[in-house]
Write a protein that binds this ligand. Structure first.
Ligand SMILES: [Zn+2]
Length: 246
């Protein structure tokens, strides 16, 4: 009887939870230096730590932003390819559900810890003398350097979006929230804010807006960075290293 109960229980769990599904595999594949496996609904880190994958809770949009588990980070698929530039559907914000504990474990638990791993990059060296800093963890800085090299090869009319940047590392909360921004972990870069659109700037009259050319987006995506211009709550200057979504 006890065996039967256990069997029924495990069947119940496996049908109602997304225990170690294909998204768990994507996570492990994206961060192989830190993540070893997914077992029994736990992501196992190489250092032996465990983190629950799916807490089994149904969440509304606000809860997904404020208290996502690892499984919730995949709730909205990130659109890629030529047809992926349509106006985002209501609350379609792929990548904005970030499990803060996960990113702290990956990139640093504090401002000081993240800072210690920053690596300088010559930003578009053919076109500027600027240096930007990103985390060296997961070779994010090296990947941004590859992005920078390719952006530098774009025709002159693209430079106005790119040469002036609007920030990389900055340990801060997202305005109007208690949530740490991706910039806190030094995995995000804002390109020229003067050429960008941000949903909050539009005020009460929401309207999707974008001026950033797709050629720029495609170079970032190729190296593992998602773009905030594919969010309903658009932030078109924002790029963030999230290879698990690409
Ligand atoms: Zn940003």
């Amino acid at each position: 009887m006890r065996v039967l109960t256990a069997l029924c229980l495990s069947l119940f769990v496996s049908t109602s939870y997304a225990v170690c599904d294909k998204n768990a595999d994507k996570l492990i594949k994206a961060y192989p230096k830190q993540l070893a496996a997914c077992e029994d609904n736990y992501i196992i880190w190489h250092n032996g730590e465990k983190q629950i994958f799916d807490d089994g809770r149904e969440k509304n949009f606000k809860q997904l932003l404020n208290e996502p588990d690892l499984e919730d980070m995949f709730k909205t698929p990130y659109p890629v390819g030529k047809d992926s530039y349509a106006e985002p559907a209501f609350n379609s914000d792929a990548g904005r559900f970030r499990n803060e504990e996960f990113f702290k474990r990956l990139y640093g638990q504090s401002s000081k810890a993240v800072k210690q791993q920053l690596v300088p990059i010559d930003w578009m060296p053919k076109s500027s003398n600027k240096t930007v800093r990103m985390t060296g963890v997961n070779e994010v800085a090296q990947k941004l350097a590859q992005v920078s090299t390719e952006l530098d090869e774009l025709p002159a009319e693209f430079k106005k979006y790119l040469i002036k940047t609007s920030g990389t590392y900055n340990w801060r909360v997202i305005s109007g929230t208690n949530r740490l921004s991706a910039h806190s972990f030094a995995i995000a870069i804002d390109i020229n804010a003067q050429m960008a659109n941000y949903w909050k700037w539009a005020g009460k009259n929401y309207r999707y807006q974008n001026n950033i050319p797709h050629e720029i987006v495609e170079i970032f995506e190729k190296h593992g960075f998602i773009w905030g211009g594919k969010w309903y709550h658009y932030d078109t200057m924002h790029f963030e290293y999230r290879p698990e979504l690409l």
